[in-house]
Design a protein around this ligand. Sequence first.
Ligand code: NIG
Ligand code: FE
Length: 422
Amino acid sequence: MNALFIQNIGQLVTVDPARMTADNPLGMIENGAIRFENGTIAWVGSAIEINRVDYPNSQWMDAHGRVLLPGLIDSHTHTIFAGDRANEFEMRLQGKSYLEIAQAGGGILKTVQATRQATPEELSALTLQRLKRMLALGVTTVEVKSGYGLDFESELKCLRVLQALRAQAPVSLVPTYMGAHDIPPEYQGRTDAYVDQVCEVQIPVVAEQKLADFCDVFCEKGYFDVAQSRRILETARQHGLKLKLHAEEFCDLGGAKLAGELQATSADHLLHVSDDGIAALKAGGTVATLLPGTAFYLRIKEYAPALKLIAAGVPVALATDFNPGSCVIDNLQLIMALACLQMNMPPVEVIKAVTIHAAQALDLQHDRGSLTVGKRADAVLFDIHSYNELLYRVGSNLLTDVYVAGQHSSRQQLEAQLQPVT
Ligand code: NIG
Ligand code: FE
């Protein structure tokens, strides 16, 4: 048996719903200890309850009074792509908007060109490096969307790379099919014909070959409208895929209402969500995944109404949206700080948003997202004495140790494996 005890945990932040109370909203145990067995959490409690002699075959680690959290979960990324769009950064500084740049030949389609040309080996190496960087920042589960192929062959190429990485990457990877990320150049002006192709050709194969867990659509003016998004998502559901939707990023098109009505697992972005949209998310049990890094990076002044969503009882998750155009931030810790500073989210809500709610946004809450007996032993240790410091110390990576399915790595070990990503 592979057993590990971590003891002397100053704050063991379980985020276990069964331990949460009004006075202890994150189910925190002070001076805690945790036991992992064969990749699973076997015991959680107070350090004083443990008698070391009862566990002669365990490995022991001392947390030195630091803070242990569930492994962080980044539930919305576009991590598989080739090339870069550094020129767009400068265009935005000169006052051009994201949509203007896309219309002028930049945007998603520029990355599509580079990604179509890349070999699976190149894409795999790039993506693996990016995932390793995320792990060294405390992220143990990453959702990755396709959507820079936009033709049958290139979408499958990306999803197959992800499938292979799923077995070999040091983080858990959740693949999402997003063939409807943009209208490919071959279908310009014929969006409905591309939707036919997505529904009749791409989705059935992706689902049959089990290349993705979710299907996502960019429901936005100039991309896919609500009727087209509905058709794609309903087809995806019929083929057994779970649903996500990019909704109300640049305007209120009604995507949130659609997501709620279809009981999608999550609706993401939501900067312009209406009150009706919020009510629909609540009714549909849909997680609102907010991506404040994108507003920050695109210099949009209005952020998603996080506090309003929370007050309405919608579970709020936070993610990076890491991609080469609208948000190159791969650091979920920075996103957490932005959520506090730009959306006024309290630290307690921010921590739930990258653990239990992010797990829910991936339909994995039964397996991860809290330090609960029976769940996967994914945990991260930070060199702080109170979880609030994780937000307060904006811009520093205070991570010291990561446990992925019970396997320990120090941050130094993880960083030693990083290579430059081009
Ligand atoms: O979530 N909104 C659509 N997709 C990304 C942007 C992707 C890109 O610009 O390459 C997003 O913001
Ligand atoms: Fe996105």
